[in-house]
Design a protein. Structure first.
Length: 271
């Protein structure tokens, strides 16, 4: 067996959560990430028959049976992951009943996966149905996006149009826009279902007064989506209280979309 700590997916994952921490998106235990692994690759590092323990998930995910995920642990600090991955991270496989997770590696102090496991797994299910190359769900608490949910209309079309206007390339990065959930209690199946529903039409979902979810085919794509949305929100928070002299028009946003070969969310530009 190869050493799993040297696996490219493990190295990439640890670098990414460390980077999220240094961006200030993950105070204390804030945020969580899950990465869908390729079983053939994983089983060159782990014996697929060695299940350390099984953990009930509290929901049914029949579409994910047999799939393996590298996931952050509940209550664990992103800043510590690089120094002790086996304690702060785990690899789980969704069991044959669809309702349990089989721990194959990690959570070695007896811990378990993030409290947002329902939102992660339900979002994976939806995004995989839309894009078979989808692999990552990422959640964090970036300051400016969070701040924006206190002062901006939460209508997702208006929220997105504001952010599209803040940096020319937002249209290129997230033409599908950002969906928004009102405040809800976190860590529940209910917010998981609501998040997954919002994932049907966008790869980014804001949780008002809490944070954001980004998804993608790899860690870079999910990170880059959040990074770009957060930068746009930062520009907004710097200018929202100032008189605006000029901005990007919807016609110009359409010119950007055409130039980069992307399609803005249907009906979201006023042309
Ligand atoms: P966990 O520590 O359970 O991952 O929770 C952090 C969080 O951000 C909850 O939304
Ligand atoms: Zn959170």
């Amino acid at each position: 067996m190869n050493n799993i700590q040297n696996a490219p997916f493990m190295v990439d994952f640890i670098r990414t959560v460390t980077n999220m921490y240094t961006h200030g998106w993950d105070e204390r235990n804030g945020g969580n990430v899950s990465l869908l692994l390729e079983n053939d690759e994983l089983y060159t590092y782990l014996d697929q028959d060695s299940v350390i323990r099984t953990i009930p998930t509290g929901f049914d995910a029949p579409e994910l049976i047999g799939k393996c995920f590298l996931v952050t642990g509940t209550g664990k600090y992103f800043k510590n992951v690089q120094y002790d991955p086996e304690n702060n991270l785990g690899i789980v496989r969704i069991g044959k009943d669809g309702k349990t997770a089989e721990l194959l590696w990690g959570f070695c102090d007896g811990g378990r996966f993030t409290s947002e496991f329902p939102a992660h797994m339900m979002s994976h299910t939806i995004r995989l149905g839309i894009d078979p190359e989808h692999r990552v769900v990422m959640h964090c608490h970036p300051c400016n996006l969070l701040a924006m949910t206190f002062i901006h209309d939460l209508d997702e079309r208006e929220f997105t149009r504001t952010l599209w206007r803040m940096i020319t390339e937002c249209m290129v990065v997230f033409p599908d826009g950002i969906n928004v959930l009102p405040w809800m209690l976190c860590g529940t199946n209910e917010i998981g279902l609501a998040t997954a529903e919002k994932m049907k039409t966008a790869r980014l979902v804001v949780w008002a007064q809490h944070g954001i979810y980004g998804t993608g085919k790899d860690l870079d794509e999910a990170f880059g989506l959040i990074e770009t949305a957060e930068k746009a929100a930062e520009v907004y928070m710097k200018i929202a209280h100032l008189p605006i002299k000029q901005s990007i028009t919807d016609k110009e946003l359409q010119i950007v979309a055409d130039a980069f070969g992307v399609k803005a969310r249907e009906g979201w530009l006023e042309l």
